[in-house]
Design a protein. Structure first.
Length: 320
């Protein structure tokens, strides 16, 4: 789908309303309370914090929760987006609009700059993905900004490697993660002590599920990109994944673009994010679809299919 075609898609977003209260003692209220508690712990224990922003629903939810955690004060840390250069145009437009509306600083670092500087190399092949390359750009940005805590939207239900993460996930001075060397978190007591050059990744949404995220978005009226709702788009089926037409996805021998009604359950690079055949055009229909789904939302991520341990390998190197 071209940029002009994307611009013609209807605006099916939902506007945010931070004043909506959840029913007391509901599971969503407990998750919200836990996440805002973690946000405040981050602000209390660390000096230089960034919120890793991808433009997906989980990072959008983090921004919403951060606003709740510190209201009426502004969000006390900037958003950091690692731009691979392969983003959907809808994602970048939404990112800029959200940062402006929330009044929060947006820091963007580019994978292309890392490639130009010789810090990493483009993958070989006809459809190279930059998903793995962004680790280099991310670690360089964290060192440049002297970050001691980076907030991420990872959830334990997404993927088995992410299920091993604690709320406060320690990274060594090389940005690497050792799943066998993590600190206990009894009674929600978090140990943020570190040596110079080390940092933490913190995951306030650890105990949320995909269903929790959608139910919370629906209840709170949080604005999300139109990519999450059904729309027509040119796609091609490759290795069981529907990849969208883009300047970075080229057809292989024997392939052809097909016009399908799709939506995206997760949003990443156009080169690796698979679409889902779906006619869910409202939040209520999305929630019903998620309830009936038999595959995880990352089941359509082409980059996770390189090996059984693809995600864990990337996380050990410093991935989100």
């Amino acid at each position: 789908m071209t940029t002009s075609e994307a611009a013609e898609q209807p605006d099916t977003t939902v506007r945010a309303n931070s004043s909506r209260r959840l029913p007391p003692r509901s599971h969503l209220a407990e998750l919200e309370s836990e996440a805002t508690y973690v946000m405040r712990e981050i602000a209390a224990q660390f000096e230089r914090v960034v919120l890793l922003f991808s433009g997906g629903k989980d990072s959008i939810l983090l921004v919403h929760l951060a606003r709740k955690a510190f209201w009426p004060a502004p969000i006390p840390f900037p958003l950091l987006h690692i731009d691979t250069g392969h983003n959907f145009p809808e994602t970048l437009e939404f990112r800029d609009r959200l940062a402006e509306r929330m009044g929060v600083e947006l820091i963007v670092r580019f994978v292309q700059d890392s490639i130009d500087a010789g810090r990493c190399q483009e993958e070989p092949g006809p459809n190279p993905s930059r998903n793995r390359l962004q680790t280099v750009t991310l670690l360089d940005a964290l060192r440049e900004l002297r970050v001691d805590a980076a907030i991420g939207g990872g959830r334990r239900d997404e993927e088995k490697a992410r299920a091993k993460e604690r709320f406060f996930s320690h990274r060594d001075r090389f940005g690497q993660w050792d799943p066998k060397n993590q600190r206990p978190e009894l009674w929600h007591l978090f140990n943020g002590r570190k040596n110079p050059g080390e940092h933490f990744r913190v995951f306030p949404l650890s105990n949320w599920t995909e269903m929790d995220v959608w139910q919370y978005i629906a209840h709170q009226g949080i604005e999300i990109p139109s990519l999450y709702f059904s729309h027509e788009r040119h796609v091609v089926l490759r290795d069981g994944v529907w990849l969208a037409e883009s300047p970075w996805n080229r057809l292989l021998d024997g392939e052809r673009w097909e016009r399908k009604v799709v939506r995206f359950r997760t949003i990443g690079d156009a080169t690796c994010t698979g679409a889902t055949l779906s006619r869910a055009s409202t939040l209520e229909e999305i929630i019903q679809e998620v309830a009936a789904a038999r595959t995880t939302e990352r089941g359509g991520r082409h980059d996770d299919k390189h090996s059984e341990a693809a995600m864990e390998d990337r996380k050990r190197e410093g991935y989100f």
